[in-house]
Ligand binder design. Structure first.
Ligand code: CTP
Length: 386
């Protein structure tokens, strides 16, 4: 195990309450971030243990994101003070003592190891366990499910065709996908998350730029928020004091990227960006081309930053960065992870399609068994008038 200290928190006159959360954090999404937010609010310092690829493979099958990507995703969450790499799958008292932890927080569902034992039984028995509310409507399983339904033997993105080695794809999904032009979830009906203003407020930094602060603007789809986005935000943020992120709406992303993109809808993508420690504010549904309104109406933008990659033109055929280029406020940063994009993540899933389908089926069976057990317990309680 090794750890990275990201933050230092001090509490006046009392011992800080140190909280531990552990997990896989595969394709880190706003449900994970919401658990970390709640856990951080229960104490003063949040340590997050992230399992290695090997540990996860042994206990529940392969991850989509590699361990270094998962470590980086958790470390970039603004409620995390420290991460511990290669944390044990079953939480032990030894690990809690090593990091001077008061208690563990986990979402209100049962997590079991490969042998069926509750991963938190030891810490529950020791009275060092608390629960937070799991976010309904989002999970890694759900995201993988959306992408499996999007499967076909190639993705067409403008003129670029990405070949996949997988044969035997679901013809109906292919047909739906190629027809495209529908927002995420509309086609598959599996975008279950119900967005509320409260959740946006909880995730929002509430920060405003101070007088003299240099405001940086970046925009994009930020679909399946990943390490490539995080590194890009970090670099853009370093070029100023305040990072404003424009997030394109579902119709815009779909018109530009085609097929059934985006995988996550606008509200989900907004929460994904807001949980990132480098983001100060977002524009929900920013236009694809940077307009005068974008540069003036929210805050006065000093610099517009874009990753150095070929950027599709706007639907009217114009360069979306024409205005900032004319105003000489346009800058490019080297894209640090060109190998990691929303498309390459989808390709990973397609390449391992059979493994993931099996994993999805196992998860669904487990969820059904849990729901039935809960129903039986309810009926028993009702029968006993409890
Ligand atoms: N979590 C949550 N809400 C979600 C998903 C996860 O609160 N929608 C919480 C889990 O309960 C756990 C933490 O995030 O406390 C890390 O979860 P992880 O180990 O990655 O596993 P899963 O619960 O399986 O997450 P997912 O279903 O997304 O794979």
């Amino acid at each position: 195990m090794s750890h990275i200290e990201t933050f230092d928190t001090t509490t006046a006159g009392r011992k800080p309450v140190r909280v531990w959360v552990d997990g896989c954090f595969d394709m880190m999404h706003f449900g994970h971030a919401n658990a970390l937010r709640q856990a951080r609010a229960m104490g003063d310092y949040l340590v997050v243990g992230v399992h290695s690829d090997e540990e996860i493979e042994k206990n529940k099958g392969p991850c989509v994101m590699k361990e270094e990507e998962r470590y980086a995703a958790v470390a970039a969450c603004k409620w995390v003070d420290e991460i511990v790499k290669d944390a044990p799958y079953v939480t032990t008292l030894e690990v809690l003592d090593e990091y001077n932890i008061d208690f563990v927080v986990h979402g209100d569902d049962i997590t079991t190891a490969a042998d069926g034992t509750d991963c938190y039984q030891i810490v529950k028995d020791a009275g060092r366990y608390k629960e937070c509310k799991r976010t309904v409507g989002i999970s890694t399983t759900e995201l993988v499910g959306r992408m499996l339904l999007l499967t076909r033997d190639h993705h067409i993105r403008g003129s670029r065709t990405v070949k996949s080695p997988i044969q035997g794809v679901d013809e109906a999904a292919v047909a739906n996908f190629t027809q495209g032009s529908l927002p995420a979830g509309a086609l598959t009906g599996i975008a279950h998350y119900l967005s509320t203003s409260k959740k946006i407020i909880q995730f929002s930094s509430g920060r405003e730029p101070k007088a003299g602060d240099k405001v940086v603007y970046v925009d994009g789809a930020f679909d399946l928020f990943h390490t490539g986005h995080i590194e890009f935000f970090k670099r853009a943020r370093e070029l100023g004091d305040y990072l404003l992120v424009g997030i394109h709406d579902d119709q815009t992303v779909n018109a530009i990227k085609g097929g059934n993109f985006p995988v996550m809808n606008l509200q989900e993508r907004v929460l994904g960006a807001l949980q990132c420690r480098y983001v100060d504010e977002v524009i929900i549904g920013a236009p694809y081309s940077v307009t005068k309104d974008v540069l003036e109406d929210v805050y006065h933008v000093d610099v517009v930053v874009h990753g150095a990659s070929d950027q599709p033109l706007d639907i009217d055929g114009r360069d979306p960065y024409e205005l900032p280029k004319t105003l000489d406020i346009y800058k490019e940063v080297e894209h640090p992870r060109l190998d990691l994009t929303t498309t390459t993540i989808i390709e990973r899933i397609i390449a391992n399609r059979h493994v993931y389908i099996e994993r999805q089926a196992r998860k669904a069976k487990k969820a059904l068994a849990e729901a039935e057990a809960e129903q039986r317990e309810k009926e028993l309680k009702a029968a006993l008038h409890l």
